[in-house]
Ligand binder design. Structure first.
Ligand code: ZN
Length: 83
């Protein structure tokens, strides 16, 4: 697991502060997808690693599948708000 310190931003959905990104192997890059650890809200990284809101339908189908799988795994009940 790789964790990267990122500029602190507020989750656009639950407003909690987010300042880290974790992934099994990768470090975040611009346009990578991010899920809020607290509420499951979907975002994408900007080049400076701040986050912008995004919607599932805007992602590539393989990314959509990965997001759905992650939501399932983590049991986010609010996921329908973001699809
Ligand atoms: Zn959130």
């Amino acid at each position: 697991m790789s964790t990267t310190k990122t500029p602190e931003v507020q989750c656009h959905a639950c407003l909690r502060p987010l300042d880290r990104a974790s992934h099994a192997e990768a470090t975040p890059e611009a346009d990578d997808v991010s899920l809020c650890l607290y509420c499951g809200a979907l975002s994408q990284f900007n080049a400076d690693l701040t986050l912008r809101p995004c919607v599932l339908a805007s992602l590539h189908p393989s990314e959509q599948a990965e997001v759905r799988k992650t939501w399932e795994r983590l049991g986010f009940k609010w996921r329908n708000r973001f699809t």
